[in-house]
Each structure stands twice: as structure tokens, then as C-alpha cells.
Design a protein around this ligand. Structure first.
Ligand SMILES: [Zn+2]
Length: 457
């Protein structure tokens, strides 16, 4: 079973310099591959094969041999069509079928991420050695305690407003055993999920319902929109590329990166709560309300106003669906999709149709009063079970429980400026048990950094 983990690196000046050099060298491999590929095409009219490219590149760069090969593999993966039926990553060749203006990779890069494969990674207790080839300084770092005893499959050095390591772990054994889940016993129930913007997830199995708040998510997005807007207005008053413009740009990307991390984390936490609920309630099948296309044509058809258009377009329902699907798959819960068309309008008891006002659904026909999102989830469930939406006389409202991710404290402290605030954030991190960061250590074997990297020609 494979699991990705991303950890931020805390580096000294020389370590930072070393990482910069490695990433530059990786970019040189990319540039050499790209240039050689197109030169051969221009002169001889052939597409060089991946194998010949690897032979051409081998031994010419100051990286581990498999790290250089990984760059070549990335180049070819971008070039060729390698799509599985439901893979959303489209490569240049398949994109060009729809739009011939899209180009194959041709640009030279200044930076490129460095990839270590299994043979270049050595685990020694709590320490992990990354080799950069014989006679060159490697990278040694200490695994955080929660990752000890894991075998990393691949490790990638990436830049995301600071250096990060993206680690793919290979965990031995069956997925369900690993997660301590052996609930194959009496899983029979069908539960349905209604995704929402205010209440991120509403889940019900007909008897009980859980409403998970999305307010934290909304507040992060609002903070991002406000701050980015403010900075963009300031930028519009200075000339593009000036020193002040660049400084504002740096702050802007910092805010965006930080908010991206926060929303990803919150999405994971929200979906984790939902899947835990499913395990507790012996759910066999989870029906997810499909809201695809909700953010389309909102302006042309005048469905939403300006503010709501922004909210809907920033609502990450597809991401949440993917997180739900893979988390359910890990514990053996099936997932299916059901169109959510009409599910929030129909009364689950008498089938009366009306657009709800406010947070509650009040039926004028049978006087049912129930939480609006719970109506949606219940209807998605009945729609999946019976295929129609007519209302059911025996309908009883499920017991509703509200849940939120208590993270507001952390959000308030996440600001870009000010040392005091930054220190406060650090102390908050410790309090909330956010995973410790990785620290690079100097290589025990020494070996000078090769100051002169190989040239391309
Ligand atoms: Zn009714």
C-alpha cells in the first residue's frame, strides 16, 4: 500500500545552497533532454525513444543515475499519451487532439525537482540517506517519529515557497489491516453524502445524520480572497517588475501557498470525519451526490450573483469527492455517484417541491421541518435505493448531530506579517500537535560539493 507524505524542510544556509544546486542540476538534465530531443527531430525527423535518451543522458550530470533517468521519464510522460480511462492528468499528445495550439514540452527550465528512487534511498534507523552518486555529497535527514519503520519508495525535493520533501511510503500488508479496520462482519447499510458549501458534508444512513461544518474552509478562502485582492490593488499602482511589485508578489504567493495548505488539510480532516462515521455505522455503500457542472454558466443564465459565483467556483467538491473515494476504498467501502438534481427541493415525506429558504426545510404541505442539507442527503439515499423521488409516507427525520473541526485558533493566527504573530503560530502548532518538521543533517561521509557541475555540451 502506498501513501504520500509531504514534509517541510528546515535548512541552514549551506544546506539550502546544496538543495538549490541539486535542483539546478536537475533542470540541466531536463534542458539537455528537451534540446536533444527536438534537435534530433529537426535534423533527422525521428522521435527519439526513451531508452536512447537515457543512454545519451547517462553519466553526464552530477546526480544519482536514477535521478537523471527520472527526469527523462517525466519528459516522456509529458510528451506521450499515457492516460488510463479515468486519469485526469492529460498529456500534451492527448491535449493537442482537442486544441492544436497546445505545445509539446519545449521550454528550458531554470529549476526542476529532484527525484530519488528506491536504490538511492537508504534507511538507517531514524536516518535516511539520499545518494547523489558516488563521490558526491548526499543528503541525510532525520525521519519524523511518525514515519519511522516506513520504507520510502520515492522521495522528491520540491519547491513550494520553501523546500519540501514529497515522500511516497510503501507500507507492508493489506490496506484494511494497516488501518486497523476489520469491519467486513456486518456491513450492510447504505449511506448518502450531500456536499455543500456551508456545511461541507452531510451524511445520513436514514436513522442518524451528521452535519460537518465547512465554515473553517470558508474563512480560509475569504481570508485569501481579501488579502490577495488588497495586494493586487497595491500592485496595480506600481509598475510591473519593479522592486515594490516583486515584494508584493512574494507576499501574495506566500498567502496563496499558505491558504492552499490549510484548505487541503481541512478537506482531508472533513472527509476523514465522514469516513470514520461510515465505519462506526457499518456502512457498506456510500452514495455521493454528484454536483458536477454547478459552477458552470452561472453568469450567463443569471443563476447566481457575483459573491455567490465566487463561492461556488472556489468550492472544491471534486477534491472532496476524490478524498472520500480513496479513503473509502482503503477501508473497503464502495462508493457510487448519484445525480443530486432536485434532491434539495423535494420534501422527503410528501414529495412536495419547493426551493428552501434559509437553513431549514419547511414543507407547506405536510409541515415537515428538517435541516436543509439533511433533506438533500436523505433524498440522494432514496434516489439511489428506489430510483425515484416521490416522497415516502413512513419517512422519519434522522437524528442530527453537528460537527466542526476545531481549528479556528490556528486560522486566526495564520498571518503573513509580524514576528510576534509568527511566533504565536509556532506555539499553536506545537499545541495542536502538527507534525514536526524535517531537519537536514550534514552528511557523515563528507565529500565536497562539486562546485563545477557538468556542462551540457
Ligand atoms: Zn412535505
Amino acid at each position: 500500500m502506498k501513501r504520500p507524505r509531504q514534509v517541510r524542510l528546515r535548512l541552514s544556509k549551506s544546506q539550502f545552497h546544496h538543495c538549490q544546486q541539486l535542483r539546478k542540476e536537475s533542470a540541466r538534465v531536463w534542458n539537455a533532454a528537451t534540446n536533444f530531443f527536438w534537435r534530433t527531430y529537426r535534423k533527422k525527423g525521428i522521435w527519439l525513444s526513451e531508452g536512447s535518451m537515457k543512454r545519451y543522458i547517462a553519466g553526464r550530470f552530477s546526480l544519482h543515475s536514477q535521478s537523471t533517468q527520472a527526469v527523462v521519464e517525466k519528459f516522456y510522460a509529458n510528451l506521450k499519451s499515457r492516460i488510463k480511462p479515468d486519469d485526469y492528468r492529460l498529456t500534451a499528445r492527448s491535449l493537442r487532439k482537442g486544441n492544436p495550439d497546445i505545445r509539446y514540452p519545449y521550454k528550458n527550465k531554470k529549476w526542476f525537482c529532484v527525484h530519488w528512487k528506491r536504490h538511492a534511498i537508504k534507511v538507517d534507523g531514524r536516518y535516511v540517506h539520499l545518494s547523489n552518486g558516488k563521490g558526491r555529497q548526499g543528503i541525510v535527514f532525520q525521519f519524523p517519529s511518525y514515519l519511522v519503520d516506513c520504507q520510502p519508495n520515492t522521495i522528491e525535493l520540491i519547491w513550494r515557497n520553501g523546500y519540501w520533501l514529497s515522500i511516497t511510503l510503501e507500507i507492508e500488508g493489506n490496506k484494511q489491516q494497516v488501518l486497523g479496520y476489520n469491519g467486513a462482519c456486518d456491513r450492510t447499510r447504505v449511506a448518502a453524502v450531500d456536499l455543500g458549501e456551508i456545511h461541507a458534508i452531510t451524511i445520513t444512513d436514514g436513522e442518524e445524520a451528521e452535519v460537518i461544518s465547512g465554515r473553517e474552509l470558508r474563512s480560509v478562502k475569504r481570508y485569501r480572497n481579501k488579502t490577495v485582492g488588497k495586494l493586487a490593488r497595491k500592485q496595480s499602482r506600481c509598475s510591473k517588475g519593479s522592486r515594490r511589485w516583486k515584494r508584493l508578489q512574494a507576499v501574495k504567493s506566500k498567502v496563496i501557498a499558505e491558504c492552499h495548505r490549510r484548505t487541503t488539510d481541512l478537506n482531508h480532516k472533513i472527509t476523514r470525519l465522514a469516513v470514520d462515521w461510515c465505519i462506526q455505522h457499518h456502512v457498506k455503500t456510500l452514495v455521493i451526490g454528484d454536483v458536477t457542472g454547478i459552477a458552470q454558466k452561472t453568469k450567463g443564465e443569471k443563476r447566481l450573483n457575483r459573491k455567490n459565483r465566487q463561492k461556488v467556483s472556489q468550492w472544491e467538491f471534486y477534491k472532496q469527492r476524490q478524498y472520500l473515494e480513496y479513503k473509502c476504498d482503503e477501508v473497503g467501502i464502495e462508493t457510487t455517484l448519484e445525480s443530486e438534481h432536485g434532491t434539495s427541493k423535494t420534501c422527503p415525506r410528501c414529495g412536495h417541491k419547493q426551493k428552501p429558504n434559509g437553513r431549514n426545510y419547511n414543507c407547506p404541505a405536510c409541515h415537515l421541518k428538517i435541516h436543509r442539507d439533511v433533506v438533500g442527503a436523505c433524498n440522494i439515499r432514496t434516489k439511489h435505493l428506489t430510483g425515484v423521488l416521490n416522497g415516502n409516507d413512513n419517512f422519519t427525520s434522522p437524528k442530527v448531530k453537528y460537527l466542526r473541526i476545531d481549528d479556528v485558533q490556528l486560522l486566526r493566527s495564520s498571518s503573513v506579517a509580524g514576528v510576534n504573530r509568527r511566533n504565536k503560530r509556532k506555539s499553536n502548532r506545537r499545541k495542536l500537535g502538527v507534525p514536526e518538521q524535517l531537519t537536514l543533517l550534514p552528511s557523515p561521509k563528507g565529500g565536497a560539493i562539486q562546485s563545477r557541475m557538468f556542462s551540457e555540451a
